[in-house]
Design a protein around this ligand. Structure first.
Ligand SMILES: C[S@@+](CC[C@H](N)C(=O)[O-])C[C@H]1O[C@@H](n2cnc3c(N)ncnc32)[C@H](O)[C@@H]1O
Length: 332
């Protein structure tokens, strides 16, 4: 029961589409202990930041409908007062327009698939506006599948070994998901989360208070950097990790990305560069491959596969399109 509630709560805070949520079966949901756990982990207002009200309402309607249809003996089973009151409060709230909902900034909390033996669940909170994706000039307002895939790998022992104790820079960090993960949970010595879009850098700065418990200094430094312009921080960046996202329909992003990687190898002591690529499109992938060859990079495919979507326990993402992870280094 605890695993089912944990998984549902993790999907909910990641704003997984309600149709894809893994709801526990009705005979489990009717139990009052389960309903109490759902309220305490998902709907209690003191858990703020919570998902947007419209999303919460949709999920709570699904949960309560399943509970109601599973009640066999009304004297024994019932919908808990807490869940019923939460639903009442949510449906009474004025609804934002469809446009307002699309533009809204939301806190999205991602839970790692593998809990740490020392600290339990590892969580990362970003600020995202998934609906703004198509209207702005950036694709960085949401966290992409390839970043979630790479994050899952980095949480494994082999992945964590690439980050622990290292200085890391992320190129095109978008929401900053991977950088926050490296800084908060994977023991990176320092993380520069770079992107060219100032608004994304602002959002990343705003995220710090949701990811930092305030005890130790938080080694996370969002910085605006447009590839091709001089990198001001010189000499002190030893290792770099790039997160996800050259998967877009836009092959144009790849040549400047790879020439930036070469610049980092040649001038800034970069040792290796890790990238996850969604093999969505033959042309994009070929451009990536040709670019590595032209830059004389050594490319190694890391043997990591995402767990199929239905069996994932965190960093939920689709596995319909294959994603591969590469380690790139300078050929000797
Ligand atoms: C597809 S998004 C991926 C974001 C993130 N890596 C992820 O996977 O979730 C690509 C990101 O690269 C950034 N970007 C594109 N061209 C760039 C450039 N020339 N310099 C710096 N960042 C760039 C965009 O602003 C965007 O945030």
């Amino acid at each position: 029961m605890a695993d089912q509630v944990r998984k549902l709560a993790a999907q909910y805070f990641q704003l997984v589409d309600p149709a894809q949520l893994d709801l526990p079966p009705g005979n489990v949901l009717v139990r009052s202990a389960v309903q109490d756990a759902l309220y305490e982990r998902m709907f209690d207002e003191s858990l703020a930041p919570l998902p947007p009200a419209a999303y919460r309402t949709r999920v709570l309607k699904l949960v309560t409908a399943r509970i109601e249809e599973s009640i066999v003996d009304p004297d024994q089973d019932e919908l808990s007062d807490n869940l019923m009151n939460s639903l009442g409060t949510l449906v009474a709230q004025p609804k934002p327009s469809a446009l307002e909902q699309v533009q809204q900034l939301s806190h999205v909390k991602y839970t790692a698939p593998l809990p740490s033996p020392l600290t339990g669940d590892r969580e990362v909170t970003t600020i995202e506006s998934r609906g703004l994706l198509l209207s702005g000039r950036t694709t960085g307002n949401r966290t992409w599948e390839a970043a979630l895939h790479l994050g899952s790998f980095l949480c494994s022992p082999a992945g964590e070994a690439l980050v622990r104790g290292k200085r890391v820079i992320e190129l095109g960090a978008g929401t900053g998901f991977l950088s926050l993960l490296c800084a908060r949970h994977l023991g990176a010595r320092g993380v520069v989360a770079s992107d060219r879009e100032p608004v994304l850098i602002e959002n990343m700065r705003e995220c710090v208070r949701f990811n930092h418990d305030g005890e130790k200094p938080f080694p996370f430094h969002p910085a605006a950097w447009d590839w091709g312009t001089p990198l001001e921080k010189t000499g002190d960046l030893e290792e770099f990790v790039e997160g996800g996202g050259i998967e877009t329909y836009d092959a144009d992003i790849i040549p400047p990305l790879l020439s930036t990687v070469r610049d980092l190898f040649e001038n800034y002591y970069l040792e290796e560069f890790i990238i996850s690529v969604t093999l969505r499109n033959e042309r994009t992938f070929q451009t990536f491959w040709d670019g590595c060859e032209q830059n004389a990079f050594k490319v190694e495919t890391l043997p990591y596969e995402s767990t199929p979507s239905e069996s994932q326990s965190g960093f939920f993402h689709s596995t319909d399109i294959p994603i591969r992870t590469y380690r790139i280094s300078k050929a000797l």
